[in-house]
Design a protein around this ligand. Structure first.
Ligand SMILES: NC(=O)C1=CN([C@@H]2O[C@H](COP(=O)(O)OP(=O)(O)OC[C@H]3O[C@@H](n4cnc5c(N)ncnc54)[C@H](OP(=O)(O)O)[C@@H]3O)[C@@H](O)[C@H]2O)C=CC1
Ligand SMILES: O=C1CO[C@H](CO)[C@@H](O)[C@@H]1O
Length: 363
C-alpha cells in the first residue's frame, strides 16, 4: 500500500463521522479505535517493509532484484518472465554474462504482454572492462540496449575499475594465457559515462567492485554522482566499513552473490558453502524460512538492495517472500558475527596484478 493510499484510509473515519453527524443518530461504534486499527494495518508496511529505496538523484530502486549471471538461453528468458510475474521489478544484467539478448527476450515479452510498463522496471547493465576507453563507452551501452531491447537503462555501472585491452575478445589473453591490460584510468571512463546520462541512454550511473579510495577519486571529480555501488556481500563478507562509507556519501549498496555464489564450486576452494552454515540452519528452523530467505532478508534489513540469481521458478517465488516478516535484531547481529572477510568473487587470477585491482586494500 502506498503512503498516499494509507492516508486516504486514515481519513475515511472522519468522513464517516461527518456523515453520521448529519444524520444526528448516535453511533454504536468506537471510531477512535477503528482509526487506530487502520493505522496499525498501514503501519508495518510503511515503517519496516518498504519495497524500494531512494537513490541520491531522486529515483527509487527496488530492494530486491533478479541476478542473471549464468541464466542462459530459454531458462534466462523464462526466469525474467517468471520473476516479473511474481513481483520483481529490478533485473541486474551485464554483457560479460553473454546472455543479454535472452534477458532482453524476457523483457520484451513482459512489456508486450503488458504485465508491467517500462517505467515500472529498474534495469541495470554494466560497462565491461574492454570498453573503458572513453570513445568506446557509448558503443558499449548501445550494444547492451540493443540486446536488452530497451531505449534506456535505469542504471549503468562500471563493472570493475580495471581496463582490459580493447578489442573483440571480452577476456583478452596473451600467448602465455595472461590477461592483457589497458592503461585507461577509470576517471576518464567515468567522464564518458556521465555523458550517457546527458544523452538519455541511462537515467543514472554507478560503480561495481570499487574500493573506498577509488570511489573517493570518482566523487572528487564527478559532475554526475554515482548512485549505486554493487559489491559482493553476505554474512561471510559483511562489508560493514564499506556500507558505512557509502551511506555517508549517499550511495546505495547492492549486494551481489548474497547466497554465497553456490554455482561457483571453484570459488569455495573446498570450504563449506554459506547456504550450509549451521547458523543459517538454526535461523531457518526458528523462522520457518529457507536459508536463502534468511540471507536475502538479512540484506534488506541492513538497507541494502539484493539481487539473488535463480532460474528455478519455485526459488524465484520463495526468494521473493521476504517482505512480510523480519529478523530480530539479535539474529541480524549473529549473522554479522559470521564475517570472515571471505570473497567468493575474488578475480585475483584475472586481474590481481592490474594497478587498479580493488581488493588489496582493507575496503
Ligand atoms: N558486479 C559483479 O561483479 C557481480 C555481480 N553479480 C550479480 O549478482 C547476482 C547474484 O550473484 P550470484 O553470484 O549469481 O550468486 P547468488 O548468491 O545469487 O547464488 C545464485 C545461485 O544460488 C542458487 N539459488 C537461488 N535461490 C536459491 C535457493 N532459494 N536455495 C538454494 N539455492 C538457490 C541458484 O541456482 P538456480 O539458478 O539453479 O536456482 C544459483 O546457482 C548475479 O547473478 C549477478 O547478476 C554476481 C557476481 C559479481
Ligand atoms: O559479475 C560477474 C559475475 O561473476 C564473474 C566471475 O565468476 C565476475 O567476473 C563478474 O564480475
Amino acid at each position: 500500500m502506498s503512503v498516499r493510499n494509507c492516508f486516504q484510509f486514515i481519513r475515511a473515519p472522519k468522513q464517516i463521522t461527518k456523515f453520521f453527524w448529519k444524520r444526528r443518530k448516535p453511533l454504536n461504534i468506537n471510531l477512535r479505535r477503528s482509526v487506530k486499527d487502520m493505522v496499525a494495518m498501514c503501519g508495518p508496511r510503511r515503517a519496516g517493509q518498504a519495497r524500494t529505496v531512494e537513490l541520491n538523484n531522486g529515483m527509487e530502486i527496488p530492494f530486491l532484484g533478479l541476478g542473471t549471471w549464468g541464466s542462459v538461453g530459454d531458462q534466462g528468458t523464462e526466469a525474467v518472465v517468471n520473476a516479473v510475474e511474481v513481483g520483481y521489478r529490478l533485473i541486474d544484467c551485464a554483457p560479460i554474462y553473454q546472455n543479454e539478448s535472452c534477458i532482453g527476450s524476457g523483457i520484451k515479452s513482459i512489456l508486450e504482454n503488458k504485465v508491467v510498463k517500462r517505467e515500472e522496471l529498474f534495469i541495470i547493465s554494466k560497462l565491461w572492462n574492454t570498453f573503458h576507453r572513453p570513445d568506446l563507452v557509448e558503443e558499449a551501452i548501445c550494444m547492451s540496449l540493443n540486446d536488452l531491447r530497451l531505449d534506456y537503462l535505469d542504471s549503468y555501472l562500471m563493472h570493475w575499475p580495471m581496463a582490459y585491452h580493447e578489442g573483440e575478445t571480452l577476456i583478452p589473453r596473451d600467448a602465455c594465457g595472461k590477461i592483457k591490460y589497458s592503461s585507461v584510468d577509470y576517471i576518464d571512463t567515468w567522464k564518458a559515462m556521465e555523458n550517457l546520462v546527458k544523452l538519455g541512454l541511462t537515467k543514472s550511473i554507478g560503480l561495481s567492485n570499487f574500493n573506498k579510495e577509488q570511489i573517493q577519486r570518482i566523487l572528487d571529480i564527478s559532475t554526475v554522482r554515482p548512485v549505486i555501488l554493487q559489491i559482493e556481500c553476505h554474512p561471510y563478507l559483511t562489508q560493514h566499513k564499506m556500507i558505512d562509507y557509502c551511506r555517508k556519501n549517499k550511495i546505495v549498496v547492492i549486494s551481489y552473490s548474497p547466497l554465497g555464489a553456490p554455482a561457483r564450486p571453484w570459488a569455495l576452494r573446498g570450504e563449506q558453502r554459506l547456504l550450509d552454515d549451521k547458523m543459517l540452519e538454526k535461523l531457518s528452523v526458528k523462522y520457518n524460512k529457507t536459508p536463502a530467505q534468511i540471507l536475502i532478508r538479512y540484506q534488506i534489513q541492513r538497507g541494502n538492495v539484493v539481487i539473488p540469481k535463480s532460474v528455478t521458478k519455485a526459488r524465484i517465488i520463495s526468494n521473493f517472500d521476504v517482505f512480510e516478516w523480519s529478523l530480530e535484531e539479535k539474529d541480524v547481529k549473529d549473522l554479522d558475527s559470521m564475517n570472515q572477510s571471505k570473497r567468493f568473487i575474488a578475480f585475483f587470477r584475472d586481474a590481481g596484478k592490474h594497478k587498479y585491482f580493488p581488493f588489496w586494500d582493507e575496503f
